[in-house]
Design a protein around this ligand. Structure first.
Ligand SMILES: [Zn+2]
Length: 311
């Protein structure tokens, strides 16, 4: 038996897996394969587990459900690139969470829509941010809905979403159906060639299945768009110093579960307790050094930002 690459369709021998991983919560074993043809790394079995997106235990979901604005570096890159150019453009954000990003995109002039499989996040998007066009739907369900309503989009965004897909090629083809002629697709994925990649993965589940099924390199990311007849430009994800401190604290919180390290909600940043501010000062030199290394351009970035157009 062989395994089929979910990006390019290449056949890979079943016993040629690179690595195994046990997801303890479900006692489920996954295998990692590398495709020589398109450079994608992917985990099998490719089966979506919906429950993990609504689990309150997942610390990163908390802010989402509370309706706190949390913008990440990729969101900021997008928003700055469309300043003064968004008027009247129809935008769909796939995996919109609580709607923080589309709320900001709306301020730029976009006519915004959002979908997410997490019902609590969608509830927060409509109740806390007053967003109207937000739907608790999968992409499949939304494609059907959009057909009925005659909806098409000028820009479709999906930040840190493609790596979660079990059928990334099908996902991109469905996105394409929702695009207006000349429309654009913008988003980001984690970079599997990033600096200290194994360190960032160790002891944590987020970069493994059933969260992340796809591990992209720059080449693999370019290929999946080329295969689906897109023109694509992949660039480095820019990172801010503030984000770096947050990254260090997230890591510490994740390892220790101590509340003083809980900085996952950026709105509260630098405004919590005195102890926290002291800790931030203590960890600043570490963050500064890591920040310098990352922005030096000598190493692979932690995230890949893509812009693709179907023309
Ligand atoms: Zn492939």
């Amino acid at each position: 038996m062989s395994i089929i690459c979910p990006s390019c369709g290449n056949e890979i021998r079943e016993d040629h897996f690179k690595r195994k991983y046990l997801y303890k919560t479900l006692n489920k074993e996954y295998k990692l394969y590398h495709c020589d043809k398109c450079d994608l790394e992917f985990w099998t079995p490719l089966e979506f587990v919906k429950e993990i997106y609504e689990n309150e235990e997942e610390w990163y979901c908390e802010g989402f459900h509370q309706g706190v604005i949390e913008l990440t570096d990729d969101h900021l890159m997008f928003l700055s690139s469309y300043e003064g150019k968004a008027d009247g453009l129809k935008l769909l954000d796939i995996g919109c969470g609580n709607g923080s990003f589309i709320y900001k995109a709306k301020e730029l002039g976009f006519d915004v829509y959002g979908i997410d499989v997490d019902s609590k996040s969608i509830q927060a998007a409509s109740e806390k941010f007053g967003l109207k066009n937000v739907y608790n739907m999968s992409l499949d369900e939304f494609v059907e809905y959009a057909k009925k309503e005659g909806l098409k989009f000028d820009v479709i965004t999906f930040f840190q979403v493609l790596e979660h897909q079990t059928d990334p090629k099908g996902f991109i083809q469905k996105v394409k159906e929702l695009l207006n002629p000349g429309g654009k697709v913008v988003g980001s994925v984690p970079n599997r060639d990033r600096l200290f990649v194994e360190f960032s993965r160790s002891g944590r589940t987020y970069d493994f299945p059933p969260h992340h099924f796809m591990w992209f390199s720059k080449k693999a990311l370019e290929n999946i768009f080329l295969i689906n007849s897109f023109k694509v430009k992949v660039s480095k994800m820019k990172i801010s110093f503030k984000r770096f401190i947050k990254f260090i604290f997230d890591l510490l919180y994740d390892r220790t579960k101590l509340g003083i390290f809980k900085l996952s909600v950026s709105e509260r940043f630098f405004s919590n307790s005195i102890i926290q501010n002291v800790l931030i000062l203590v960890f600043s030199p570490i963050a500064l050094i890591s920040f310098g290394i990352h922005t030096s351009g000598l190493f692979e970035p932690y995230g890949l930002y893509f812009e693709a157009s179907s023309e």
